[in-house]
Write a protein of this length. Structure first.
Length: 247
């Protein structure tokens, strides 16, 4: 991967809970050096302390709103200042306030576009120049099976995840041979993601869903596996679903 491949420097957004927190533990166990990012500084502080205590990991954190391009640039700058480089970016921050289009929750539509699309773009922008200059790096974008299929009430969310896949594929083609690009598309996972849903009909549908969601650690292991592939091997897309999920 890079001269620091045995202890790569990883910037991880959405690190305060769910897939992000599980990924932080899994990568810390593997020897990665971490810059943790999310909006909730208190959770990041506690997570960094856990990683140091449980894994002996070097983990810093910075409160970051990925919808703010300047904050994302500052996150990358702080990482480079401390660690000297960035080897891996994991664009994991995301929101999922699902609702039918007719419900007209336009503020939630804007939030999904800002976090799920712009947040990914700002992350790529913040690290890509350095990765191209050092001729190595790995950008991992967390999408969703909703980026492969559209379901009722998922229209805007699915659109954002299709966008993540399109951005990732374009990035892969533009940087092949220099930067590895991976899309991770989880199915149903037991996280806080559904807590942002306000539409009563969607909330009720999730309560009645006959499905056993994955644990976040399952996705974290897929991310670690993609990172640990030998130089010259690019895992471009991974879809991970519960075995009983239809689509």
């Amino acid at each position: 991967m890079s001269p620091s491949e045995n202890h790569p420097v990883v910037v991880l957004t959405g690190a305060s809970s769910g897939i992000g927190a599980a990924t932080a533990h899994t990568l810390a166990e593997g020897g990665c050096r971490l810059m943790l990012a999310a909006r909730r500084a208190d959770r990041l502080r506690d997570l960094a302390a856990e990683l140091a205590d449980q894994h002996g990991a070097e983990a810093l954190y910075r409160a970051t709103d990925v919808t703010d391009r300047e904050q994302v640039m500052a996150l990358a700058d702080a990482t480079r200042k401390h660690f000297g480089r960035i080897d891996v970016l994991i664009n994991n921050a995301g929101v999922m306030p699902l609702s039918p289009l007719a419900a007209g929750h336009v503020g939630e539509w804007e939030q999904m576009v800002d976090v799920n699309i712009k947040g990914v773009l700002w992350g790529i922008h913040a690290v890509l120049g350095d990765m191209l200059e050092q001729k190595s790096g790995h950008i991992i974008n967390v999408a969703s099976v909703a980026g492969h299929w559209v379901y009722p009430a998922f229209s805007v969310y699915s659109a954002t995840k299709w966008a993540v896949r399109a951005i990732s594929e374009g990035l892969r083609q533009e940087t092949r041979g220099k930067v590895r690009v991976t899309i991770i598309s989880p199915g149903a996972v037991a996280t806080e993601l559904t807590d942002s849903i306000t539409d009563e009909g969607v909330i009720e549908a999730f309560k009645n869903a006959d499905l056993t969601p994955l644990e976040p650690e399952t996705i974290a292991r897929a991310i670690r596996w993609a990172i640990e592939q030998p130089a010259g091997v690019a895992v471009n897309e991974v879809i991970v679903r519960p075995s009983d999920q239809e689509r």
